[in-house]
Design a protein around this ligand. Structure first.
Ligand SMILES: Nc1ncnc2c1ncn2[C@@H]1O[C@H](COP(=O)(O)OP(=O)(O)O)[C@@H](O)[C@H]1O
Ligand SMILES: [Mg+2]
Length: 593
């Protein structure tokens, strides 16, 4: 069996040769290329040979990163870009700003008059514009005339005076907006001097509500459930959205000044009771509806303020959805179900790996639904995203340091604490640094069924990340991990899809190399997650823990395939229904015991 670390070293040698070649080509000093080699090599030995790491590590930290994501062809281009500066022409194109409202209007006009309507729903219209690689998303934006703006401002002032309680004490967004809507109607009815005809009451009330307790210009985007992400990349540039079916699109929402963007950031910060200013120009938090928001202002983001909102799905995906999407097939779903449940004996420890937005958190949520109701589940996250219909669950959320630099709650501290709470399961949303060691210690000391996600592009890379700084889990401890599940976002002719691309089993650590075998691998030709030739050691472990024979295990898998198949066929997909079916099955098993 070729160990991962051996394969890794071979790959590394190739990568180093490539990096060296590129650096030589681009007139970097040869010594620097050489020190790369030392530093790259030290990555794998991070745990066994600390001394070597220290010598070369500081020198080319960036290249180490390149290695961790092995530089394929694109990597080479990146390096070339670093050395040969892009021409002035391309700099200008990249930075082309939309000058003012007039230019924006004419651009929008062009997109809409030349574009071909692809689809239309609710407030949204989606166009294909000739010469543009992305689709164009148009939504209705309130565009009051200057005289209407005056009335809106007067109404805003009056409302502020009348509503004295803090609007954000009302947690429910609809309730909050309703209260304001009613108040504004009252003002309009009782203030004839504002002189608004009755048929425009609704227009003004809505405009004031979105400005005061909504998200202003991006309000309609927030309410489009087909959008996964909303991205404001600065003033004078279109806002982008990531659509469930159409992927990345640019929109007709353009901010002209940075103040307009900061205005929305302030609204969000107010909801959260936080502040974003020069002394703390970054905000990463969760909105009351569960959406994740990240905001940055200059000088952190050089070209202006930005907002990234990862929208929360009210109706979370389930295993049935993922099977329908083709993210995994029935067989693999049944297999993962068995692993999470652990044949009532040894639930597997698993890490879900993938890039940003590859669907890791979603898959973690889906798999956690297989945890039997009888378990005590503790979840730890930086920003709470998981939504588990499990009865006995306690959720923890980390916290950054406050303005005085104190009060930080790290995931490490939280994981340590959960281990004192007699958990059956520990779930860490995103494993990033020191908490990894604590989690692996748990896995190695009899805490089964631990799960988490991690940012890496393959099983192999996952192992390197886990054992390198800042996680630095000792190699021997990898033995506590049973599976690495890798998910990817893949571009196809049909658009973007998410696929589990490999499932690797860690069958132990011998002579300082983790033995990791790919047991399922996605075949792009057939678009199917296929079983490889590698035996599954986990089943042997199950046989030593339980009375199960091979044929019992097979029967168990088949039973689950048929339960899942039945759910798919009957289109039972909501989290409550799927969860009920899973738990009922456990109850039935118990009755038969
Ligand atoms: N298997 C899937 N198929 C289609 N869309 C998915 C799938 N998994 C996740 N998504 C969507 O992709 C987005 C990112 O998912 P998420 O799980 O948060 O990714 P990650 O945790 O890897 O950053 C979400 O909007 C989610 O609804
Ligand atoms: Mg995530």
């Amino acid at each position: 069996m070729v160990s991962y670390i051996d394969e890794l070293k071979a790959q590394m040698a190739k990568d180093v040769a490539r990096v060296t070649k590129v650096t030589e080509d681009s007139a970097l000093k040869p010594q620097e290329a050489k020190s790369t080699q030392v530093s790259l090599d030290s990555v794998t030995k991070a745990n066994t040979a600390k001394v070597e790491v220290n010598v070369a590590d500081q020198k080319l930290d960036n290249l180490k990163d390149l290695f961790i994501t092995p530089p394929k062809t694109t990597g080479e281009i990146k390096i070339n870009n670093l050395v040969s500066k892009p021409s002035n022409e391309s700099i200008k194109n990249m930075m082309d700003d939309i000058k003012d409202e007039k230019e924006a209007d004419s651009l929008i006009n062009k997109w809409e008059s030349t574009g071909k309507l692809v689809t239309k729903y609710g407030d949204a219209e989606i166009y294909r514009v000739p010469g543009e690689s992305l689709l164009y998303y148009k939504t209705s934006i309130p565009k009051p005339s200057p005289s209407q703006k005056l009335i809106i401002n007067t109404l805003k002032e009056a409302t502020t005076r009348l509503v004295t309680t803090d609007p954000y004490k009302i947690r429910d967004e609809n309730q909050r907006q309703n209260l304001y809507y009613q108040k504004i109607l009252e003002i309009l009815e009782n203030a004839p001097e504002i002189n608004v005809p009755k048929h425009l009451f609704d227009f003004y009330a809505k405009a004031v509500v979105t400005e005061m307790v909504g998200f202003g210009m991006i309000d309609s985007l927030i309410h489009d459930n087909k959008l996964e992400e909303i991205m404001i990349i600065g003033p004078k540039k279109p806002t982008y959205v990531y659509h469930k079916d159409y992927g990345m699109m640019y929109t007709n929402i353009i901010f002209y000044t940075d103040e307009e963007v900061q205005d929305i950031i302030d609204k969000i910060a107010r909801i959260l009771g936080r502040r974003v200013d020069i002394s703390s120009p970054l905000l990463d938090a969760r909105l009351p509806d569960g959406s994740r928001v990240n905001a940055t202002i200059p000088p952190a983001s050089i070209d202006g303020s930005t907002i990234t909102i990862r929208k929360f799905r009210e109706d979370p995906y389930t295993i049935v959805d993922l099977i329908n999407f083709g993210t995994l097939n029935l067989e693999t779903a049944a297999f993962l179900w068995c692993c999470v449940e652990g044949f009532g004996a040894k639930p597997a420890n698993a890490i879900i790996s993938g890039g940003t937005g590859s669907g890791k958190t979603t898959l973690l949520n889906v798999l956690a639904n297989f945890i039997p109701d009888s378990n005590r589940v503790l979840t730890i996250e930086d920003t709470a995203e998981l939504k588990l219909p499990i009865k006995h669950v306690i959720r923890f959320e980390g916290r950054p340091p406050g303005l005085e630099g104190t009060g930080e709650l790290t995931l490490e501290v939280l994981v340590k604490n959960t281990l004192r709470m007699r958990p059956d399961r520990v779930i860490v949303g995103e494993i990033r640094s020191a908490e990894a060691s604590t989690l692996f210690t748990a896995m190695n000391t009899g805490h089964d069924g631990c799960m988490g996600t991690l940012h890496a592009n393959s099983a192999r890379e996952t192992l390197v990340r886990i054992t390198s700084p800042p996680m630095e889990v000792p190699l021997m401890m990898l033995a506590g991990l049973d599976f690495i599940i890798v998910e990817k976002r893949i571009n196809t002719a049909k658009g973007q899809v998410r696929r589990i691309t490999e499932i690797a089993e860690i069958s132990g650590v011998y002579e300082n190399s983790p033995q990791a075998n790919i047991i399922f691998r996605w075949n792009p030709q057939t678009d199917n997650l296929e079983r490889t030739e590698q035996p599954i050691v986990y089943f042997d472990i199950i046989k030593t823990y339980t009375k199960n024979t091979d044929s019992d295990i097979r029967a168990n898998l088949e039973k689950r395939i048929s339960i899942l198949n039945d759910l798919v066929k009957r289109n039972i997909r909501s989290i409550d229904d799927v969860s009920k079916a899973i738990q009922e099955n456990y109850a039935k098993d118990k009755m038969n015991m």
